[in-house]
Design a protein around this ligand. Structure first.
Ligand SMILES: [Zn+2]
Ligand SMILES: [Zn+2]
Length: 530
């Protein structure tokens, strides 16, 4: 999905920049920008879920921005530019002009018209659209915009196979909307990218393993999560079935992380259980409950290694028929422990007054805290593993001294065997080995093998000073993590705005939980840097 930018702000060869950045990233320098185009979850159609993500060092080059959902899109970009472009463009202020404020600060514009400039952003700067799930409030802007802005290359629509299948079957089907895709004799304005659940096994290396490139400097990894289940009871025939949801037998599907399988067909996953309907004409009938698939994206700046995690609509594991959030938390935890994952965008559709039977696959503040507690436990485990792998300074000195003693002793023992690389020497018998006190009080032999040194350096380069915490239970295990709330459903009455209630409830829960994360309730037109 990589495309060359045409106006990168730097001119150094990319490999040199990456090499420099990998080892010397300044944690205080933001690496990623997120622009909130739509922060709500309805019912207002002008403010439904849509985010833009870009690597700050990439500048505003062609294809440099990636969209995460597009419930709204072009109209929201237009509105932001209307509010942030200076007046007098083309008169007192010469064109082209580089914007000096607002979310698009630093971007060059060529017209006094905000809608012309917004069309340029959509047409040229945004190539890839990452879709969390095919509900209308996450896709309608993309669907409507794409027909009106033909360019010279197709838009990349990326999602889980179930999401792509839903687009093919239910959106770009020449009934609901023309087939804009490049499949089945479509118009060719959209090309589908089916993402591999849990990451592409053969792509990327090191901390970027499994990540797929979606712009010059952004890579992504997707996980499926659950977003409620349908209220109807279906009867499915045989081992493969075709309900109107296109469900199929998950027993034939690979199960992510040992939990319920995700469905590769269009629509929700099915969890089958024996039916009371019984057997007719030798065909087994089984009832199933359909669990809706949504997804969570890790989006990574490949220059700095900084990441954000963005959830689509999602329900709590504690009441899900197919709990899958824990798998995402296990993936996120080492990234938080190492200081690479800066923010989590997660939905909070309702305040705590919403009862469990009316959640419809969504979260409330009490469940966000419950989920974050599960994350915090995983982070503490990840930190303990890192601390065990990473000796403290005193222990490092002891190990280095032991290493030197080992090498000297072994070199002496080697006699006249000629020059030997210290790294290839193994201590002979007991004479060359050195013992250092181990953490459990027992002496353990340390042979100073190259593997020990390499592992040590690798972990050191991945860690920021903030992550050198003690292995004891931390009081604020998620300190420094930003939790950005999206998909708030407005109540549209004269009560306190839902976003205010939700923030107050989150802060009240946080006073008890002491997780240490910062909560931000997102707002349309907001720009966030991480
Ligand atoms: Zn939604
Ligand atoms: Zn939804």
């Amino acid at each position: 999905m990589r495309r060359k930018g045409n106006c990168r702000t730097h001119h150094q060869p990319r490999s040199r920049i990456m090499a420099k950045q990998d080892g010397t990233r300044n944690a205080s320098q933001p690496a990623l920008q997120v622009i909130v185009l739509g922060s709500g979850g309805g019912p207002q159609e002008h403010n439904v879920t849509a985010l833009l993500v870009r690597s700050i060092r990439s500048g505003w080059g062609r294809g440099s921005i990636v969209a995460l959902d597009a419930g709204v899109h072009l109209s929201a970009i237009t509105r932001i530019l209307e509010e942030t472009q200076p007046s007098g463009l083309g008169a007192e202020i010469a064109l082209p002009h580089v914007l000096e404020s607002g979310p698009f600060k630093g971007m060059e514009i060529h017209s006094p018209s905000a809608s012309t400039n917004a069309a340029h952003v959509t047409k040229h700067l945004i190539d890839a659209y990452l879709i969390t799930h095919p509900h209308l409030d996450h896709i309608s802007g993309f669907v409507i915009n794409t027909a009106g802005l033909p360019g010279t290359r197709p838009k990349r629509l990326a999602g889980l196979p179930s999401t792509i299948s839903a687009f093919k079957t239910h959106i770009f089907n020449n009934v609901i909307w023309p087939n804009l895709s490049d499949e089945n004799n479509g118009a060719g304005l959209v090309t589908y990218t089916r993402l591999v659940e849990g990451g592409s096994p053969a792509l990327g290396e090191g901390a970027g393993k499994g990540y797929l490139e979606v712009s010059d400097d952004l890579t992504v990894k997707v996980f499926s999560v659950s977003h409620g289940h349908c209220m109807e009871r279906h009867t499915h025939r045989g081992s493969t079935s075709s309900s109107r949801f296109g469900s199929m037998d998950i027993s034939a599907m690979p199960s992510p992380r040992g939990v319920q399988g995700s469905n590769a067909a269009s629509g929700p996953s099915s969890i089958f259980r024996p039916s009371s309907v019984g057997h007719t004409s030798g065909v087994q009938e089984r009832e199933s409950i359909c669990v809706y698939d949504s997804s969570a994206y890790f989006i990574r700046d490949s220059i700095s290694g900084r990441e954000v995690l963005m959830f689509g609509d999602v329900e709590p594991d504690s009441i899900s028929l197919s709990p899958r959030n824990i798998g995402v938390w296990q993936e996120a935890a080492p990234r938080i422990a190492k200081g690479n994952l800066a923010a989590i965008f997660i939905e909070c559709s309702y305040d705590d007054s919403q009862t469990d039977d009316r959640l419809f696959g969504h979260l409330t503040p009490r469940y966000i805290i419950q989920e974050l507690k599960a994350l915090a436990e995983e982070v503490e485990t990840a930190r303990q593993i890192l601390v065990k792998l990473k000796p403290n300074k005193k222990r490092k000195r002891e190990l280095e001294e032991a290493n030197r003693r080992t090498n000297r002793a072994t070199a002496r023992a080697g006699g006249d065997d000629g020059p030997v690389s210290p790294k290839s020497i193994r201590p002979r018998g007991g004479s060359g080995s050195a013992s250092v006190p181990s953490e459990n009080g027992f002496d353990s032999p340390h042979t100073g093998t190259p593997a020990t040194e390499i592992d040590f350096k690798e972990y050191e380069s991945n860690m920021t000073p903030a992550s050198f915490t003690s292995p004891q239970k931390a009081t604020h295990p998620l300190r420094g993590l930003k939790v950005v709330i999206i998909h708030v459903k407005e109540k549209l009455n004269d009560d306190e705005p839902a976003r205010d209630t939700i923030l107050n409830e989150l802060l009240a829960h946080e006073r008890d939980a002491e997780l240490g994360c910062d909560f931000i309730v997102s707002k349309m037109g907001q720009s966030l840097m991480f």
